[in-house]
Design a protein around this ligand. Sequence first.
Ligand SMILES: *[C@@H]1O[C@H](CO)[C@@H](O)[C@H](O)[C@H]1NC(C)=O
Ligand SMILES: *[C@@H]1O[C@H](CO)[C@@H](O)[C@H](O)[C@H]1NC(C)=O
Length: 302
Amino acid sequence: ALYQMQGLLLLLFKGTAQGPFTLKGNVFQTNCHGLISGDSCCNPLSMGFIKKLVEQKIPGIYVLSLEIGSSITEDMKNSFFMNVNDQVKLVCDVLSKDEKLQKGYNAMGFSQGGQFLRAVAQRCPSPAMFNLITFGGQHQGVYGLPHCPGESSHICDWIRNMLNTGAYRSAVQDHLVQAEYWHDPLNEDLYRNKSIFLADINQERAINQSYKDNLMKLKKFIMVKFLQDSMVDPVDSEWFGFYKVGQAKETYTLKESVLYKEDRLGLKTMDKAGKLQFLTVDGDHLQFSEEWFITNIIPYLK
Ligand SMILES: *[C@@H]1O[C@H](CO)[C@@H](O)[C@H](O)[C@H]1NC(C)=O
Ligand SMILES: *[C@@H]1O[C@H](CO)[C@@H](O)[C@H](O)[C@H]1NC(C)=O
């Protein structure tokens, strides 16, 4: 069934400029410390634009691009079907071997690249990540596929159905990237027990002290939320909020969460130390202006 799905899903992304559920990595690197960017978008132009803008504003910045998969098609396939935990390992391996990154780097993750790079920060402390900036990241996952990318509503329906009925089956968890970010508030227990990626990095089952220690090493953790986001449900996930258990209407904020109150991931400590920054953009998913980026983001990359 998964093999069949693969063929279908390529079609799903054909001609789609961007979607919340794809992943592509770019690594930027500066003279003194690098800057990483995980791109969620299968349109290379958008990443190219950001890259150029950063290079223009920070003269001398060196940009290294990390590709997952050898082509856009390959990337799309991987972003749908590769186990995210394996993808994180792969990226960590590349980082640890890159001589130019050994002094540390800044990181930017777009859409699902946000929680992906947070996993890199938590699992791979060397080389050091300085600032982590997530744009529309789904830190508490998603529940719903409000704006399924692609042209075929049949496929969207099929994926929705798959996620609703089988998101936590191990075969699905291992191979369908969306399932690894699936957080069902009506089945919170199942999510906590079975989610192989998100529940793990969010310390839902147990506390891995090294995740906490490593995340707290960040100088700043900047989360950008898109107020009109039509792709991430709920939008609060971009700042670690989520639906309260048992329903899918009311949400809680990071500060109201157990994750924060028990300081399971160090976010409370970081907050008290002024390390967390919450930014908003009044736009749809990953829609921001050049001017906004220059004013609000470039300073974190210098
Ligand atoms: C905690 O995370 C580290 C880094 O990913 C891993 O090597 C270690 O096995 C984890 N510890 C536990 C108890 O799961
Ligand atoms: C989740 O795990 C706990 C502890 O092992 C168990 O008591 C509970 O029944 C599990 N729930 C589900 C829905 O799997």
